[in-house]
Write a protein of this length. Structure first.
Length: 328
């Protein structure tokens, strides 16, 4: 016998009161609220919900609108859920400031029976003069048991900082990993677990209003799967030394590979604030010593200024590090 879902009244509202204010960015989030139905009229327990939202309002054909909503704007909600007759809710983040959204909800029972559509609810995020562009060149890659995230230098006049978010697996919840200066173009995430899938995205942070930072649109997501077993080719060790050090324009890297077979090598140059400025070596290198010249040019193609720098990377499974001083 098919269940008789009670009708659902869905209301979208801003989370403005109490502790919710401190946890919710009202410029890119809305909270959907509804009264939980039972899975047999007004009794029983719903097993799951599907909440869809879009900036285009549903027309006369609700099913067509529902099927056209992008997958990134579909949220599956599973237990713990409110009991029948109680208020349930879902925080929807990653929205655009000053934008109108339409929401529709359906419920499912344990036999995968689906309720009818809820009413259509509409909500609008607040406006705060946030950046209008999203970070470009956004990428993330597993690197020696960590994740290196990088992006292009920002040019949005309203951008004051960069916010990096991370989600685990397919979970809908995003966590702010780090708020970085607008000059930053990379971040090394060391707080990860091997054998885990991570999703990253970034956004430019704008002005702070009443303790809440106004954010622009998010970048495309970057997915990283961290491996829990080192590749056989990573066996062995190595070291790297720069000379002359301090040095001017004629910098060379003496790379020593201590292994019976070639090893993968990755060497990158960072400033003392952790900005990734140049890739010095990336590829497979043979056993023994290799001399690698560096033209002192950074990722931007410009000559790097005098100062203190650090070479960080890996030779096989070995992490290497070398302090480098560039002279005028």
């Amino acid at each position: 016998m098919s269940p008789r879902f009670a009708s659902m009244a869905l209301v979208v509202c801003l989370s403005l009161a109490g502790t919710a204010r401190a946890q919710t960015n009202v410029y890119n989030s809305l909270t959907a609220l509804w009264t939980a139905p039972g899975d047999d009229g007004d009794t029983g327990q719903v097993s799951a919900y599907e909440l869809f939202y879009d900036t285009t309002p549903p027309g006369g054909d609700m099913s067509a609108w529902w099927n056209a909503v992008p997958y990134s704007q579909r949220i599956s909600l599973v237990p713990p859920l409110a009991a029948a007759g109680q208020v349930d809710s879902s925080l929807v983040g990653g929205l655009t400031q000053g934008t109108q959204y339409w929401f529709v909800l359906v419920a499912r029972d344990e036999a995968a029976n689906v309720s009818g559509f809820s009413n259509i609810a509409m909500g609008t995020t607040q406006s705060c003069g946030a950046p209008t562009s999203s970070p470009s060149g956004f990428a993330a890659a597993a690197d020696s048991g960590e994740v290196l995230v990088s992006w292009s230098q920002g040019s949005d006049p309203a951008a004051l900082s960069f916010h990096l978010y991370r989600a685990i697996g397919s979970a809908p919840a995003w966590t702010l990993v780090q708020s970085l200066p607008i000059s930053a173009t990379s971040f090394r995430d060391t707080q990860i677990e091997l054998g885990t899938t991570y999703r990253y995205r970034g956004t430019w942070g704008g002005p702070e209003i009443e303790g809440v930072t106004c954010e622009g649109p998010y970048s495309a997501q970057a997915v990283v799967i961290t491996t829990d077993t080192p590749d056989a080719a990573d066996a062995g060790s190595g070291s790297v030394h720069a000379y002359p050090n301090p040095g001017g324009d004629q910098i060379r890297l003496a790379l020593d590979v201590n292994a019976p077979a070639p090893l993968p090598v990755r060497l990158r140059l960072f400033d003392m604030s952790g900005h990734w400025l140049a890739t010095l070596a990336e590829g497979s290198y043979p056993p023994g010593r290799s001399l690698i010249p560096w033209d002192r040019l950074g990722r931007s193609g410009l000559r790097l200024a005098p100062g203190y720098y650090e070479i960080l990377g890996t030779v096989g499974a070995t992490r290497v590090r070398e302090r480098l001083v560039l002279l005028p």
